[in-house]
Design a protein around this ligand. Structure first.
Ligand SMILES: [Zn+2]
Length: 282
């Protein structure tokens, strides 16, 4: 009884001391996002962008964005773009023709970031145009939707995946953090991986609550073009049609409640939303 009372007294004294002290508010952690150029894709046949025929007989130019997120002293790279094998490749008449103007290490060097400073490589999904240069960061912990990680271990390689691009983690013993549901990456709500399955089983998007720019959501491939929100266009190569529509609905509703801007990573019209590299958005 006596001990309980003195413990109570001690906590009361502490509470009073805290109440009397000026409100100490921790300075918000430095948060910056750079958009990196991870390639261009010419879809000479854009019809796979909709299983309802919205793009039949059409072509489209897509871009491929990667995003470096700095949270205090930590760096997270969101997506790893097209493989360096297509550096300088001329666009051709293939149904999907990819090319890359500059690789990630050369762009990172311009902002004085070494590949080994990137502690987390978070990928929206396993497609080749999102993991192309992943192996440049073999020491990073790979964060990937758990269902995508499982799919990569299936006997049949999933459509659009090239497991060799993820060799440091699939066979090399690199650290993997399979993400189930949403994940608050740094524990302060500022950078959150959002579950958005449908394009692939473990597709994700990324919410970053920038201080000056306001919250942004990096789309992954939940859509490929802004026009797809209104069309409800589900690409024919998506793994689950109903999940795809549900994930589009989730992201657009989240953007409304958070007053967030969704950046569609493949849409050329969204390249200019963030600061032009090497500048960063804050
Ligand atoms: Zn994709």
């Amino acid at each position: 009884m006596h001990r309980t009372l003195s413990a109570l007294g001690a906590s009361l004294a502490l509470a009073l001391a805290l109440a009397a002290a000026p409100v100490a508010r921790a300075a918000p952690v430095e948060l910056r996002v750079w958009r990196l150029d991870c390639g261009d894709l010419r879809m000479n046949d854009a019809s796979p962008l909709s299983d309802a025929g919205d793009y039949a007989g059409q072509s489209r130019r897509l871009v491929d964005g990667c995003y470096l997120v700095q949270h205090g002293a930590d760096y997270l790279l969101w997506d790893a773009g097209l493989p360096a094998a297509v550096l300088g490749k001329p666009l051709d008449a293939q149904p999907i023709s990819p090319t890359l103007a500059a690789d990630l290490p050369s762009q990172l060097a311009r902002i004085k970031v070494r590949p080994d400073q990137i502690g987390r490589l978070a990928i929206s999904h396993y497609h080749f145009d999102h993991v192309g240069q992943a192996a440049t960061f073999p020491k990073a912990t790979l964060m990937i939707g758990a269902a995508d990680w499982t799919a990569l271990h299936a006997a049949k390689t999933p459509f659009g995946a090239e497991p060799a691009l993820l060799a440091p983690w699939l066979t090399g013993g690199g650290a993997v953090d399979p993400v189930e549901g949403d994940r608050d990456v740094f524990g302060d709500g500022s950078v959150v991986i959002l579950a958005a399955p449908g394009h692939t089983p473990g597709e994700t998007a990324l919410l970053v609550k920038l201080h000056d720019t306001g919250p942004i959501i990096l789309s992954g491939d939940v859509v490929h073009l802004q026009a797809q929100w209104d069309l409800h266009a589900v690409p024919s190569w998506n793994t689950e049609r109903a999940d795809s529509l549900a994930s589009m609905d989730r992201l657009s509703r989240l953007a409304k409640t958070l007053k967030a801007r969704i950046i569609v990573q493949h849409d050329p019209a969204d390249v200019g939303v963030l600061a032009t590299f090497p500048a960063a958005s804050r």
